[in-house]
Design a protein around this ligand. Sequence first.
Ligand SMILES: [Cu+2]
Length: 230
Amino acid sequence: MNRRTFLKAALAGATAAALPFPLRAATPSAARLTISTRSLEVNGKAATIYSLVGPDGRPGLTLNAGSDFDVILRNSLAEDTLIHWHGLMPPWSQDGVPGLPMPMLAAGEERSYHFPVGAGGTHWMHAHTLQEQNLLAAPLIVRGAADGIADEQEVVVMLHDFSFKPAAELLAGLRGTGTPVGGAMAAMPGMPGMDQGSMAMGGMDMGDMPGMDHGAMPMAMDLNDIAYDA
Ligand SMILES: [Cu+2]
């Protein structure tokens, strides 16, 4: 049994032993969080991306420290998905990594979450799948006691790389099993068949990039790089 097989077997055993989970059901006043799609204009071009909208019609959730994470998550997509509460410390069964241990939500399915929010912090929520690349992510703000009394305007800005290419295509490019990633060649120097002289990244001539060492590494782009559209 190699390491991977062992881990798989261990996880399967743990999953079986832990089911069914003693979940506290969401209350009637639970916040509803809905996964669907929306359009976004990027570089003057329309794109369909995911959306993750809370009860106030805005992306994500804002909660108070010390309260309960009391949420009903609805999948309004036509595909499976699941959301991971990044930065919070829920019981393992509510963590939101697909299959560890709960399966993804099927199209139209809802799931209740109920656990202590914990201390204040600026977190986020996201799909632990390729869907994240297509912006299935949103802010998850937990206000501490001091935040509530501060005479400040809260502005939440969430930055995300964007590519018009489907996530599966980007991944294939990273794995070297598909077309080059993004609009550029994400590859190491000396790869066969690559013309390092005319290499450009996202339309920008690599020779013009500030801070690049043109001597030793004419192609200092990492294998993991994606040339995003925005
Ligand atoms: Cu995460």
